[in-house]
Ligand binder design. Structure first.
Ligand code: ASP
Length: 337
């Protein structure tokens, strides 16, 4: 009798542990060792763009992707991968961040950036800097070397003085193309038309960002921007506001681009993470909810990677410069749908 009871108890525990194993196999999709996604801004870029310009954009996206992918493939951290990827995009004047940043209404270049480490929930952000060549690198120093999370304008410059980040004269950020965009935006502002064409909306947007999962399973997000053309004195966009344009935790890392005011009013990057966590839905389902249901058509685009190494990139504007890759060899580089 005793033997039979022991047999049944043992069988019960064996079945139970078998069920748990199956459950975890079903519930946890296979993990990709690493993955990365990046964007060079959402907006309304015309499909009629000259072929050589289109190719230059595609090549830049490929090069940026290769930088981050190599770091991750070699076992580097998600933070290093996204910082170096964003540095490349900041130095490339085709994108609205670092060199190539848009102009404020006063004809200046005021840069915003934020970075977040999903494994520690620590973050660093800066707004309104005018002499920092690579704002994302200063944001990283704010995260790792300061007691604070967010420095603004003069304070951010003073903090930069205490670091070894590369400084430039504000004139470094001048580009003819962006200055023309400002003049055009100001002329259009004077006209009485209230309905914007896609062409008019095209100059408004732009930003760069990267999100990654590394081989240790850590997630991180980074975003850097010149903001929106013709922005007013002291305007702060969504990018440096943690949870709006940039967010990472141990579940997902997110970077936004688009109409900053709309992105921040919907606390967008955090909304994507919270919806995943509270609803238990997939990254793609949460991305669809944010882009299709929370935001309105024309507002914004996002890139994200989750803890399994899945990536997702989606916009409800006409275009988004974007690229992504993972350790399984999946790769995507695109501008339009
Ligand atoms: N979100 C940025 C800002 O509002 C601009 C952009 O991504 O296009 O500053």
């Amino acid at each position: 009798m005793r033997r039979i009871t022991t047999f049944f108890i043992l069988s019960f525990f064996l079945i139970l542990s078998g069920c748990q194993l199956q459950e975890s196999q079903v519930g946890e999709p296979p993990q990709k060792e690493w993955s990365i996604a990046l964007h060079g801004g959402a907006g309304y870029v015309s499909k009629d763009m000259p072929e050589d310009r289109k190719e230059a954009y595609m090549q830049s996206l490929e090069e940026a992707l290769a930088i981050g992918s190599e770091i991750l493939e070699n076992g580097g951290t998600a933070l290093d991968a996204i910082e170096k990827t964003v540095n490349y995009l900041e130095d490339n004047e085709m994108f609205n961040a670092g060199k190539g940043a848009v102009f404020t209404a006063e004809g200046k270049n005021e840069l915003d950036a934020a970075i977040m480490d999903g494994s520690t929930l620590n973050a660093g952000a800066i707004t309104g800097v005018t002499t920092v060549k690579n704002p994302i690198s200063l944001a990283r120093k704010v995260m790792t070397d300061s007691k604070h999370v967010f420095f603004a304008a003069d304070g951010a410059e003073t903090y930069a003085d205490q670091t070894d980040v590369e400084r430039v004269d504000p004139s470094y950020f001048y580009t003819e193309r962006r200055y023309e965009s400002l003049k055009r935006a100001q002329a259009e502002e004077q006209s009485s038309s209230l309905i914007e064409t896609d062409d008019q909306k095209a100059w408004k947007y732009g930003t760069v960002g990267a999100v990654a999962k590394d081989k240790n399973g850590n997630l991180a997000a980074a975003t850097s921007t010149g903001g929106m053309t013709n922005k007013r004195y002291g305007r702060v966009g969504d990018v440096p506001i943690i949870g709006s344009g940039t967010y990472a935790n141990d579940l997902v890392a997110v970077s936004a681009t688009g109409w900053g005011e709309k992105i921040m009013l919907n606390v967008s990057a955090h909304t994507l993470a919270a919806y995943m966590e509270y609803k238990g839905v997939t990254l793609q389902e949460s991305m669809n909810y944010l882009v299709d249901d929370v935001l309105e058509p024309g507002d914004a685009g996002f890139i994200a990677v989750d803890k399994y190494g899945n990536f997702s990139m989606k916009t409800n504007t006409g275009s988004m410069f974007r690229a992504a890759a993972d350790s399984e060899g999946n790769k995507e580089v695109a501008i339009w749908e």
